[in-house]
Design a protein around this ligand. Structure first.
Ligand SMILES: *[C@@H]1O[C@H](CO)[C@@H](O)[C@H](O)[C@H]1NC(C)=O
Ligand SMILES: *[C@@H]1O[C@H](CO)[C@@H](O)[C@H](O)[C@H]1NC(C)=O
Ligand SMILES: *[C@@H]1O[C@H](CO)[C@@H](O)[C@H](O)[C@H]1NC(C)=O
Ligand SMILES: *[C@@H]1O[C@H](CO)[C@@H](O)[C@H](O)[C@H]1NC(C)=O
Ligand SMILES: *[C@@H]1O[C@H](CO)[C@@H](O)[C@H](O)[C@H]1NC(C)=O
Ligand SMILES: *[C@@H]1O[C@H](CO)[C@@H](O)[C@H](O)[C@H]1NC(C)=O
Ligand SMILES: *[C@@H]1O[C@H](CO)[C@@H](O)[C@H](O)[C@H]1NC(C)=O
Ligand SMILES: *[C@@H]1O[C@H](CO)[C@@H](O)[C@H](O)[C@H]1NC(C)=O
Ligand SMILES: *[C@@H]1O[C@H](CO)[C@@H](O)[C@H](O)[C@H]1NC(C)=O
Length: 328
């Protein structure tokens, strides 16, 4: 009995000392609360350990998650695809729920979450984990949500209806290269909708043959998106053309504004105003919701007319059949 106890004790000691040194046993699936401090990890992927998830919470709606000191190289043979073998994915980092994926990173790269949490997910192929020692390091910390630098700022639009200003960084001086800004405008009064007025737009394009819509996701442009019951509506704006400096009425109490700049050419950027307004009254304006409603009315009218026609034809046929004397 005594022997058994000693043996159990010994294996316990052995196991705990080995787990303290064995890089394969450093925590891998973790939930990390970043209370203002930094958290660093250095993880080795070993046989049998092929999937790890780190969930970070900042604990504050004003703070996003910032990962630095990222080093890994999983030598993906083919394309690096989110959640597939030998990839690392981060979310929410990109717009519209797209997942940022990488198969290698160097310590100068920084990944910032859009809002107050981030999921870092690592997937290694079984075969690769068996054959090679793969390491990953990161340092996680919090960063203020300003709307730029990869963060997404929620802005409450006052119910007073007063115009508020929003500009690109450094406006009217040239915006910095590699800007990534995002804002969600939310009407304080849910019965009102957002209106956006672009007063100034100067976002030069590198290639004059491209339209603003043909840009890659992160080429220089200003992007407006309105959720709507008819499907979300969006506008991709660039250049300094007059037709883009316009009023963008919405049919929603929420609107997303995103601004991206590449690295080669900088302009003044944008200057816009937004406010909360009442829903447009029926038949009192030329905005698209009015046209949408009219289209639906016309469609319903046509369908009603068609139904009536079918009923009439059937009725006439029945009457004709009754009148024709049945053959004896
Ligand atoms: C980078 O990560 C390593 C391993 O996790 C850690 O020892 C080091 O302190 C980190 N460096 C910085 C600048 O955070
Ligand atoms: C981490 O969690 C995932 C499921 O979420 C699991 O498949 C994986 O084996 C876990 N990794 C480790 C090392 O426990
Ligand atoms: C910001 O607004 C979005 C959309 O309304 C919401 O999902 C998100 O929780 C908000 N974030 C914060 C920190 O309030
Ligand atoms: C790192 O990944 C990029 C694509 O994400 C790839 O083009 C590059 O060749 C990779 N570098 C190394 C050293 O594997
Ligand atoms: C194991 O990895 C090494 C180094 O990357 C490579 O040269 C070798 O072909 C791999 N072995 C197998 C069986 O794939
Ligand atoms: C990974 O880290 C281990 C120690 O944890 C080290 O022995 C090994 O050389 C590292 N591998 C690479 C490719 O850096
Ligand atoms: C918006 O900017 C204009 C000048 O461009 C200024 O007169 C106005 O007071 C600003 N509005 C707010 C709400 O800051
Ligand atoms: C871009 O702006 C210039 C100057 O206003 C104009 O001549 C050109 O037609 C515009 N191009 C596009 C595609 O809007
Ligand atoms: C509606 O459009 C017509 C011409 O398209 C214009 O004359 C009229 O002023 C517009 N009405 C409003 C309220 O914008």
């Amino acid at each position: 009995m005594m022997l058994l106890k000693t043996a159990v004790f010994l294996t316990g000691v052995l196991m705990s000392t080995s787990s303290a040194q064995d890089p394969c046993n450093v925590p891998c699936n973790e939930t990390i609360y970043l209370g203002g401090g930094q958290v660093s990890r250095s993880v080795t992927f070993c046989p049998g350990r092929v999937q790890c998830n780190w969930m970070f919470f900042t604990g504050s709606d004003d703070q996003a998650v910032r990962l630095t000191n990222m080093t890994f190289d999983f030598m993906a043979k083919y394309r690096c695809i989110a959640h597939l073998d030998d990839s690392v994915s981060f979310s929410p980092v990109l717009a519209n729920g797209h997942v940022l994926t990488a198969c290698n990173m160097t310590s100068d790269q920084v990944v910032v979450s859009r809002q107050n949490q981030m999921l870092l997910s690592v997937n290694i192929g079984e075969f690769k984990a068996r054959n090679e020692t793969l390491n990953l390091t990161f340092t996680a910390e919090t960063t203020l949500i300003t709307g730029c630098g990869g963060t997404l700022l929620n802005i409450t639009v006052p119910s007073s209806g007063e115009f508020q200003n929003l500009t690109s960084p450094n406006y009217p001086n040239p915006y910095p290269p590699d800007s990534k800004c995002g804002y969600i405008l939310i009407s304080e009064d849910a019965s009102k909708i957002i209106e956006i007025n672009i007063l100034d737009l100067d976002i030069p394009r590198l290639d004059p043959s491209l339209t603003c819509n043909k840009f890659g996701v992160y080429d220089d442009r200003l992007f407006l998106q309105y959720p709507s019951i008819y499907g979300s509506k969006s506008f991709s704006l660039c250049n300094n053309s007059k037709e883009h400096k316009a009023n963008y009425p919405t049919t929603a109490k929420e609107a997303t504004i995103e601004f991206y700049s590449g690295s080669e050419l900088q302009g003044k950027g944008f200057m816009l105003q937004y406010r909360a307004v009442d829903w447009p009254k029926r038949n009192s304006g030329n905005d698209s919701s009015f046209f949408d409603r009219n289209k639906i009315a016309i469609l319903l009218g046509l369908m009603g007319g068609l139904a009536l026609l079918v009923v009439l034809i059937v009725a006439v046929k029945c009457m004709l059949r009754k009148r024709t004397p049945s053959p004896v």
